[in-house]
Design a protein around this ligand. Sequence first.
Ligand code: PMP
Length: 362
Amino acid sequence: MGKHIIDITLSETKKQKPLSDQLEFGRVFTDHMFIADYTEGQGWGGHRIVPYAPIALDPAATVFHYGQSVFEGMKAYVGKDGKVLLFRPEENMRRMNLSCDRLCMPQFTEQSAIEALEELLVIDKEWIPTAEGTSLYIRPYMIATEPYLGVAPARKYQFVIILSPVGSYYKEGIHPVKILVEDDYVRAVAGGTGMAKTAGNYASGLRAQEIADRKGYSQVLWLDGVERKYIEEVGSMNVFFKINGEVITPALNGSILEGITRKSIIQLLKHWDIPVIERKISVEEIYEANRAGTLEEAFGTGTAAVVSPIGELNWRDEKLVVNNGDIGSLSEKLYNELTGIQYGKIADPFDWVVEVVEPAKA
Ligand code: PMP
């Protein structure tokens, strides 16, 4: 497939950029966005970067009715010497295509998606905040746009990339979070869409999240949908437990999202010769390990927080305090290593970081 030319229309006005200490998550967007359109039989076309603006869709567009919608979440960082850095972008685009496949949506080649993203980042480079811990959150997504009320895969789609400057996740320093183990609601089951990053998974998780919020917990820990016994993942993070010197994370089983942070953490642990295993782990096993005094650390991993130490679990009103509610030394080491690599501050032995360079003009 030939390289698509990206048509560029620059915005005539520039929006005011927020101050770096006032950045929130996902409320402010940059001056431009990338769009491409797909029509069955013709493939992708109309690749363009345009001023950030509302999208007009037919009220019958399939996405509104049957939810064919997938997205990704990644970040761009300003590293040393002002270089713009991405962390494993090919992994996000690969995962987006896996999500598309599950939702019967067309693929957008990884390479074209990364080229489009790089071009957009060069144009909106000034939007990438530079203060410690800040970054530019990148949201690529694809939706079904065909006006049709039949339940069938749409024949038209739109792929969009928008950008949002975000503040440091840990404004007051890294601190352990409280997590509620969810016993009533389930997020996904094997054979469903749990492994895809699709809108419906998040909509179905809102009720449990709302209840957790009310009880003073920052996220829910999902259990498997069949036996309600085995640990799956936390709201928007994968989860790890260190028991008796060994790091355990739930194995990928079709209902868990394969986090890119998760994958990187596993690679780092292996590189450091720290035992790490992907297997089924029940919530009962965690409570037993705690009673036996062998539960050393627990942490979540994801693009937003990178590593989020877990200080407390609550399962059926039984509270479990991990590591006296303090950050574990491994959680802290993993956080420092991964953020160090992402911001280009330390060596990147795995070649995870991609430097964004201005595309050569044809
Ligand atoms: N699980 C879910 C449900 C998520 O939404 C996320 C965030 N993308 C993760 C896990 C972590 O994935 P990643 O490390 O790729 O951000």
